[in-house]
Write a protein that binds this ligand. Structure first.
Ligand code: GLU
Length: 308
């Protein structure tokens, strides 16, 4: 069994991120499985500071005791693997010249998560039409899925069925798209259990389908309800939500942070300091609450470290 945690290095890890990491770690380690770390820096490699953020994310996880096996995988070093996958999908992908606006204006209703299924505008372009469009705009590359229906089973959400649209494999700036990279990397790393935030639940049918197209086995999925602030907004670093660095600066010990996370999972009751490994025996996947974890930054930062 192999699980993983795959942060994007856009900001420091906040409490919601590390809670998801702890759950992914427990889910893998309780079965004696491997746990891998992958930095999803495809989009961010050109952004100032992303490698320092990635280094801090690694340091935060290590500080908490969320140990991983082997080398950290960096998506920015995986261009050859993505190219090889694209090669094997050849003939099933096509160039797309649509702008966001073109897609928004085509009459397809957005999904609940705001994602607009691609209406297939460029699927049937002739060679001459493609040649003409290349002159005015760089093309993205889309996979021909053409409305296949895919169901995935999520450990907590149950069956999720969605129509798979012709989603993007390579963006028009040449960057491999998230859905391609995540599937190629999970296959390459032998990941068979994907535990991550439930903001990605709606991506799972697309990814499961692509996994099959690349000849792989669909992993088990378990999407963790996100952490929210008291007004119900998802935690986000840029909104000033609690980061690990802030807690550390205020004198919290890693065992105290893990205890806070454990209490949100109804684990380690009555204990104010625990290490991840201490939770292995008590943890059961059924214990993970099905509703978001409400974090009040004022309460967490105001109380400071709890005394053991
Ligand atoms: N990199 C994604 C994120 O930070 C997670 C991708 C995944 O776990 O599949 O939200």
């Amino acid at each position: 069994m192999t699980g993983r945690f795959a942060p994007t290095p856009t900001s420091e890890l906040h409490l919601g991120n590390v809670r998801t990491a702890l759950i992914a770690w427990l889910m893998a380690r309780r079965e004696g499985g491997r746990f891998l770390l992958r930095i999803e820096d495809l989009d961010t490699q050109r952004m100032a500071g992303s490698s320092q953020i990635a280094a801090r994310q690694e340091a935060d996880l290590a500080w908490l005791g969320l140990t991983w096996d082997g080398e950290v995988m960096l998506q920015s070093r995986r261009a050859n693997a993505y190219a090889a996958a694209l090669e094997s999908l050849q003939g099933r992908a096509y160039e797309c010249f649509c702008t966001r606006r073109d897609i928004a204006e085509a009459a397809v209703a957005p999904h609940g998560d705001g994602y607009r299924p691609y209406p297939g505008t460029c699927r049937e372009l002739s060679a001459a039409q493609r040649a003409e469009r290349r002159g005015s705009r760089p093309a993205a590359l889309r996979i021909k899925a053409a409305g296949v229906v895919q169901t995935v089973n999520d450990l907590w959400a149950g069956d999720v069925t969605a129509v798979v649209d012709d989603f993007v494999l390579v963006r028009n700036d040449g960057t491999p798209a998230y859905n391609l990279a995540v599937v190629v990397d999970d296959l390459a790393q032998g990941v068979d259990q994907v535990v991550r935030g439930d903001d990605l639940l709606s991506s799972a049918p697309r990814q499961a389908w692509l996994t099959r197209q690349l000849g792989g086995e669909v992993p088990r999925y378990a999407h963790v309800p996100l952490a929210v602030n008291p007004s119900g907004r998802r935690l986000a670093k840029r909104e000033g939500d609690v980061t690990l660095a802030q807690l550390r600066d205020r004198g919290w010990a890693p065992e105290q942070v893990v205890a806070l996370l454990a209490h949100s999972l109804e684990l380690a009751r009555g204990r104010d300091r625990v290490r991840p490994a201490d939770l292995l025996e008590e943890f059961a996947p059924t214990q993970v609450p099905r509703s978001p974890w409400v974090v009040d930054p004022d309460v967490v930062l105001g109380t400071g470290p709890r005394q053991a």
